[in-house]
Each structure stands twice: as structure tokens, then as C-alpha cells.
Design a protein around this ligand. Structure first.
Ligand SMILES: [Fe+2]
Ligand SMILES: [Fe+2]
Length: 480
């Protein structure tokens, strides 16, 4: 194999002193060809030679951290950027609370930290794999560009985790970095580590739901890792959060534009009943109940990513100070949680009830509750869009126990409004609650590409503005 010498400082924007760190450079140089192979075979299918108007992270300064320009995706400058060091930062939680943060991996927590970094790292390339065929059905050039922006940034997030593994974990870190390129979303023998990252993303509504819900799980995990006492992990995650915000924006505005288009088409077509699926689908838009079913699916799949509600692993992470709570540094308590309790929902005598449990054991449940609260704001605004068109329909989040595979509710059947039912009754209601094969076939029938700049597929409204001051009819992707 021939390895070209790569000018890493030029190619890889970084603030980790890559030029003066030959050991890290060597590790990255060895990993890089495999990454490019992975990107070419598992990245956006059919558009590798297109010029895409992308932002590249080039510094961590608040003003001007991103540069916008046409880039071919395989030539994207995946950088390694850490948020600025916080002076005198201390470990925010657990038994070492108040002690200075670690700048090297503490031996006692090495395995724990490696595991956390590998799990986070595994999700990043997974989503690129899940989304790789969406380019060819983009509803507009604008949306196609947003998809590719999300994809290259997930690629960069993989780099960020690989940097930590290679810099701080020696040989086994390098091996883990390699394996991140070998597992594959949906693969039978080497799947990605977490369930939701092995599901298909077969259409653009799924993509927007994924970026709304599942990237938001990413946000919550990054927020918790940003509270780590291992400072390089904290700083890495803090910078990743800046990019994550855009992914959720894509999801939020994507669903909002679909809802808006549906409501507008119904108003124009004189269809008042949101459940008159036939009439609504004749208009070439996605009916609101189908959008609700997709919401139910993606929300419940994403809740599983938080793991078991009560978890000694999570307690150990917190105690060690390697993972905090959402906004740990803004919470006002002892940051030890020795005597405090937290309410979690459990099945008690065939009923769902809140039970107070030791707060230390309920950290996954707590992060999940913070996530649910974070989800609600955008949904309220989707509903405003529906109400403005005079349509009597509200998109709601299903009950937390609905359609779960992991944790307290993994073995019971619960309806979206929170009633425990027999398995047969759940299966009987499934078609009302989760996307059906008819829904999927209809939605996929709408997925025809619209590649004229400024034109949008009939099932989605144009965005209210373009990207970074450009008009909505800007040529965001130049097809070769
Ligand atoms: Fe990410
Ligand atoms: Fe993301």
C-alpha cells in the first residue's frame, strides 16, 4: 500500500497541536485511508463528485468558526477542534467533585471512558450510512445540501472521537478507531452498537424525524459528556454541540415545512377532515395522521437510546465524574446525589406509576426526561402551523412506555396514551399508531427528486430563508 504524505495542518484544521505531535499524526495517517474508503463506499451515494456549498469548521471562535464554500465531499476538511479551555475548571460531579479536571485519562476510569467514547463514536458514522441513499430523492437542492452538511459533520464527529481514542488510549484506542469503520448500520454480522442506528432511513420524512429526535438524543448525550471531568472529552463535545444544533434545525424545519404544505393543500383543496386520508393523499401531500405515526416511531426508538431507566452503570459514570447530568454545572445541589431521590415510572400491580428511587440510579431516566422536555418546543410550533390553517389536529408525543424495547417497558404493551394492553390488542392497534406498509409505500411514491434550484417537491413547503444569507434558489449543489 502506498501512503501519500498528507500535509495534515493544511488538510486538517485543528487546535490540538497536530503538527507537533508525531505520534498522533502517525496514528491518524494510518487511519485516514480507511476512513476515506469508508466514506466513498458508505457515504452519500451518487454525489461524491458534486460541488456542495458546505460550511467547514475552521476555528472555535464564536465569530467565524465556519467557512462556507463549494466543496466536493471527499475533499471536506474534517478537522479536530476542541472548545477553548475553561480556566480552573473542576470536576462537576461525583466523588471527585471540585477537584481539578483531568487532562489525561485517570487509570481507574480508563475502561469506562473508552466505552463511553466508543459508543458515542459508533453513532456518528452510523447515521451517515443510514442516510446514504437519500440524495437521489431530495425534494430540492436546498434540502440536498442540508443532508450533505449533516453527513460531513457526522463524519467530523467520528474524527473527534477517533482523535480521543488515538491520543489518549494507546493501542486499544487505535484498534477501537479501526472497528468504528468496520461495523455497519443494519449489518447482520457487524451491526452498529445501538438499535436506532441500525434502522433504515428510507425517506425524507424519516430523515427529518431522525434529525429532530435522534440527533437530539445525540445532543443530550453530548451535553452529559460535555460535563465530563476528563477535560479533552468535555471540550470535544462542547464544540460538537455547535454543529448538532444545525442537525436539529434541519429536522425541525423539515417537519414544519411538510406540515405547512399539508395544511395549505388541505385548505386550498377544501378538505377539512384531517383523517380523510384518501382525499388528502389525492392532493399529493402527507396526511397528518401518517406524520403522527412517524413521530410515534422515531420518538419511541430514540427513547430506547437512553438505556434502562435505572442503571448502575450510569451511577458509576456519574460517581466517577466521567459523565454528568444535563447542565450539571447549572444545577444547584450537592452534585453527589448521595441522599436524593428521583421519580421514575414503573409498572406496579399492572399499572404505570411514579416511584421515588435513589437519584443516582435514575440518571438515564432523568436525561430522558430532559430530552422529552427539549422535544416538546418544536412540536408546539408544528401544531401552531396546523392551527393557523384552521385544521383540528394536534401532533403529540406518545407515552414514554409506548413501543419500547429497552428498560422498564420493554416487555409490556402500552398504547400511545399510556394504557397497558394485551399483546393482541397492541397488535390490533398497531396500524393506527405506527407507520403502516401503505403509509410507507405512499410516502416513498412521493420521493421524486426536484433538482431545479428554487423548486420544491409538492409535499414540502419552501424554507422561509436560505443558508447563510443566500437565497432559497441558490445553487446549493452543483451536480457534475
Ligand atoms: Fe454527531
Ligand atoms: Fe448530528
Amino acid at each position: 500500500m502506498t501512503t501519500e504524505t498528507v500535509d495534515y495542518d493544511l488538510l486538517i484544521p485543528n487546535n490540538v497541536g497536530l503538527a507537533g505531535d508525531p505520534k498522533l499524526r502517525r496514528a491518524l495517517e494510518q487511519w485516514h485511508p480507511g476512513y476515506i474508503d469508508w466514506w466513498m463506499s458508505m457515504g452519500p451515494d451518487g454525489f461524491q463528485m458534486a460541488d456542495v456549498w458546505l460550511r467547514t469548521a475552521i476555528s472555535v471562535e464564536k465569530e467565524g468558526w465556519a467557512k462556507f464554500d463549494y466543496v466536493k465531499m471527499p475533499e471536506y476538511r474534517w478537522g479536530i477542534l476542541l472548545a477553548p479551555e475553561v480556566e480552573n475548571r473542576t470536576i462537576p460531579c461525583g466523588e471527585h467533585v471540585g477537584e481539578p479536571v483531568w487532562t489525561e485519562v485517570p487509570g481507574a476510569y480508563r475502561a469506562m471512558l473508552r466505552r463511553l467514547i466508543v459508543i458515542q463514536g459508533d453513532t456518528e458514522p452510523a447515521s451517515v450510512e443510514q442516510q446514504r441513499f437519500l440524495g437521489s430523492t431530495a425534494p430540492s437542492i436546498y434540502d440536498m445540501r442540508n443532508l450533505f452538511q449533516v453527513n460531513v459533520e457526522e463524519g467530523r464527529h467520528l474524527w473527534a472521537m477517533v482523535y480521543l481514542l488515538q491520543k489518549y488510549f494507546g493501542r486499544d484506542g487505535r484498534e477501537e478507531a479501526q472497528e468504528l469503520l468496520e461495523r455497519q448500520s443494519g449489518s447482520a454480522d457487524k451491526p452498529r452498537m445501538l438499535g436506532a442506528f441500525n434502522e433504515a432511513t428510507p425517506d425524507w420524512l424519516s430523515f427529518f424525524m431522525f434529525t429532530y429526535f435522534t440527533d437530539r438524543d445525540g445532543k443530550m448525550q453530548l451535553e452529559a459528556l460535555a460535563q465530563s471531568g476528563f477535560d479533552p472529552l468535555s471540550r470535544t463535545c462542547r464544540f460538537m454541540l455547535a454543529e448538532e444544533a444545525h442537525h436539529m434545525f434541519v429536522g425541525y424545519t423539515g417537519v414544519k415545512r411538510i406540515v405547512e404544505r399539508t395544511a395549505q393543500a388541505m385548505a386550498d383543496g377544501g378538505v377539512e377532515d384531517p383523517y380523510d386520508t384518501e382525499a388528502i393523499r389525492r392532493l399529493g401531500v402527507i396526511d397528518l395522521p401518517a406524520i403522527q405515526r412517524k413521530t410515534n416511531l422515531h420518538f419511541s426508538l430514540t427513547l430506547d437510546l437512553f438505556g434502562s431507566e435505572e442503571s448502575t452503570n450510569a451511577a458509576n459514570f456519574f460517581n466517577a465524574g466521567v459523565k454528568g447530568r444535563f447542565h450539571e454545572d447549572r444545577l444547584e445541589d450537592d452534585h453527589r446525589l448521595v441522599d436524593s431521590t428521583y421519580p421514575v415510572m414503573r409498572t406496579v400491580d399492572g399499572d404505570l406509576r411514579q416511584v421515588e428511587v435513589p437519584a443516582l440510579n435514575a440518571l438515564n431516566a432523568r436525561l430522558r426526561d430532559d430530552f422529552i422536555e427539549d422535544c416538546q418546543a418544536g412540536i408546539t410550533r408544528w401544531n401552531n402551523e396546523i392551527a393557523e390553517h384552521g385544521i383540528d389536529f394536534e401532533i403529540t408525543l406518545p407515552h414514554v412506555a409506548f413501543n419500547r424495547a429497552i428498560g422498564e417497558f420493554g416487555d409490556i404493551s402500552v398504547t400511545p396514551d399510556g394504557s397497558i394492553v394485551a399483546r393482541e390488542d397492541f397488535d390490533g392497534g398497531r396500524g393506527d399508531w405506527l407507520p403502516t406498509t401503505e403509509d410507507q409505500a405512499y410516502i416513498e411514491s412521493l420521493m421524486q427528486p426536484q433538482l431545479v434550484p428554487g423548486e420544491f417537491a409538492g409535499w414540502i413547503a419552501p424554507p422561509s430563508r436560505g443558508i447563510q444569507g443566500k437565497p432559497t434558489d441558490f445553487e446549493y449543489v452543483k451536480l457534475p
